[in-house]
Design a binder for this molecule. Structure first.
Ligand code: ZN
Length: 182
C-alpha cells in the first residue's frame, strides 16, 4: 500500500494534477469542496460497476463509464465519444479495494451455480459463458491493473491527461498512486 498517496489537504495533490479536473475531483471527493455549476463535462471517469462506491460530484461535471474492474478495454467507443464530442481533456480511472474482478477463477463455481439457480441457465451454458468471459474481465490486482490501463489509454489518446486513482471502499476516499513518472 506504499504506492498510495492520500489527500488530506490541497497541498497533498500531486503537481501533475494541479489546475486540472483531477484536482477538482479530489477536492470534491476528499476535501468536501462546495459544488460549482457546470454547463458541460470536464472529466471522464472510468470506474467499476461495484455498488459500494459513491462519488460526491456536482451535476454535469463528469461523464462516467462503469464496467467491471473499471476496465475500459471494451468501452473504447464510449471513451472516444466523451473525448471527441463531449470535449473532455482528462480521464480519471478509478480502481477500488476489494474488487470482485480480482481472482474471478476463485468464484467460478459460485458464478456458475448462481446463473443456474438464479437466472435459469443450463449448467453447460453457464460454464461456457464463465470460461469465455472470465479471462477478459479478470484484472489480477486493482492497483497494478489501473496503472497498466492508464498507460494503455495514454498511448491511445496521447493528448489526454489520464490519472489512475484508487477508491478505498473502507473510507470512500480517493488515493493518488505513485507511478514512475510522477
Ligand atoms: Zn470492482
Amino acid at each position: 500500500m506504499e504506492r498510495l498517496i492520500p489527500i488530506k489537504a490541497k497541498s497533498d495533490i500531486l503537481p501533475a494534477y494541479r489546475n486540472t479536473p483531477i484536482e477538482t475531483l479530489l477536492n470534491y471527493q476528499n476535501l468536501n469542496a462546495p459544488h460549482a455549476v457546470y454547463e458541460k463535462a470536464e472529466l471522464l471517469i472510468g470506474m467499476c460497476m461495484d455498488n459500494r462506491k459513491h462519488l460526491r460530484l456536482p451535476e454535469n461535471f463528469a461523464f462516467i463509464i462503469r464496467a467491471g474492474g473499471g476496465n475500459l478495454r471494451y468501452s473504447e467507443f464510449k471513451v472516444s465519444y466523451a473525448v471527441a464530442i463531449g470535449g473532455v481533456t482528462t480521464i480519471a480511472l478509478l480502481a477500488h479495494t476489494n474488487c470482485g474482478m480480482v481472482n474471478l477463477m476463485g468464484r467460478r463455481e459460485q458464478f456458475i451455480a448462481g446463473l443456474v439457480e438464479k437466472a435459469g441457465w443450463d449448467q453447460e451454458w453457464a460454464e461456457a459463458h464463465f470460461m469465455h468471459f472470465a479471462p477478459m474481465f479478470e484484472i489480477g490486482s486493482e492497483v497494478d491493473f489501473v496503472l497498466s490501463e492508464a498507460k494503455r489509454l495514454r498511448l491511445r489518446y496521447p493528448k489526454i491527461l489520464v490519472a489512475p486513482l484508487l477508491y478505498r471502499v473502507e473510507d470512500s476516499q480517493l488515493y493518488q498512486l505513485r507511478e514512475g513518472t510522477l
